[in-house]
Design a protein around this ligand. Structure first.
Ligand code: ACM
Length: 267
């Protein structure tokens, strides 16, 4: 199967422009599973909840998901992308998967980063999407720093970690290689580039999107400067083999009974 990423430089608040650009770039591609950045349609640095409210969309029913669904069907793509979701009076930083067969699945980010905690509600469960080719485990950006998130998805059968991101810390790409090695899965981190200055706030995003195999090898990567679409062919069956040596199986050798925290009573 073919997996890839689309690294983008969204313009804050310009939803139609951002979505149209992504669609124009993806319209060159067919028969692939492709990952886009976190919040790719809105940009990242919301100043307040009103701003988020004016840009968040419902799933399904909103502009972004409708347009991505049309493209997924037309080009036979499974597309994973990040967007702000309005759901039951709250806002979620969500990863959406629209499949070539018309399915829509949503994962609401569990581990919110920094100011995201001011406006977004934390998700309550992880999500694996079954497509015809593979089981996809959805993560959003800062989930990378919690090994339990990738482990939970891998134990649930995920073969590819799909990881829409707006990375600002320098360690995530190396950590994702480790997440792939320790779970023997593929990983696609789709990051964004550029920066956002909103009032007194400023963030610069690190690019370097990458596709990693279960041995931790980088199969494709992007620079930190340019928008970029990369796709590689993989044998996703490699992610089913959890043996590290003849005598070591990553999942069978786990010892969960010893993994309980040594809790010290707080005074
Ligand atoms: C992040 O979770 N956007 C750093």
């Amino acid at each position: 199967m073919r997996i890839g990423f689309l690294q983008l430089r969204p313009r804050f608040g310009a939803v139609k422009e951002n979505v149209r650009k992504a669609i124009a770039l993806l319209d060159q591609l067919s028969d692939a599973t492709v990952v886009l950045p976190e919040l790719f349609n809105t940009g990242y640095l919301f100043r307040n909840e009103e701003e988020l409210s004016s840009l968040a969309e419902t799933i399904p029913g909103g502009y972004t998901v409708s347009e991505m669904q049309k493209l997924a069907k037309k080009r036979q793509l499974n597309i994973v992308f990040g967007m702000a979701q309005r759901y039951k009076g709250a806002y979620y930083n969500s990863a959406v998967c629209v499949t070539s067969k018309g399915k829509i699945e949503v994962y609401q980010k569990v581990h919110l980063f920094d100011r995201e905690k001011l406006f977004f509600t934390r998700g309550k469960s992880f999500k694996i999407v079954s497509t015809e080719q593979a089981k996809l485990g959805l993560l959003v950006c800062f989930d990378w720093i919690f090994p339990e998130a990738a482990r939970t998805l891998a134990l649930g059968g995920a073969q590819i970690l799909c990881h829409p991101s707006n990375l600002v810390l320098p360690y995530a790409k190396d950590a994702m290689k480790t997440r792939c090695i320790e779970n023997r899965v593929f990983g696609v981190t789709a990051n964004r580039i550029g920066s956002e200055r909103r009032g007194t706030m400023f963030l610069s995003f690190t690019g370097g999107s990458q596709i990693v195999n279960p041995a931790g090898d980088v199969l494709a990567s992007a620079s930190d400067r340019s928008e970029s679409l990369r796709v590689v062919e993989i044998d996703v069956g490699e992610a089913l083999d959890k043996n590290i040596t003849t005598n070591n199986n990553l999942f069978e050798d786990r010892t969960p009974s010893l993994y309980k925290a040594l809790v010290r009573k707080r005074r």
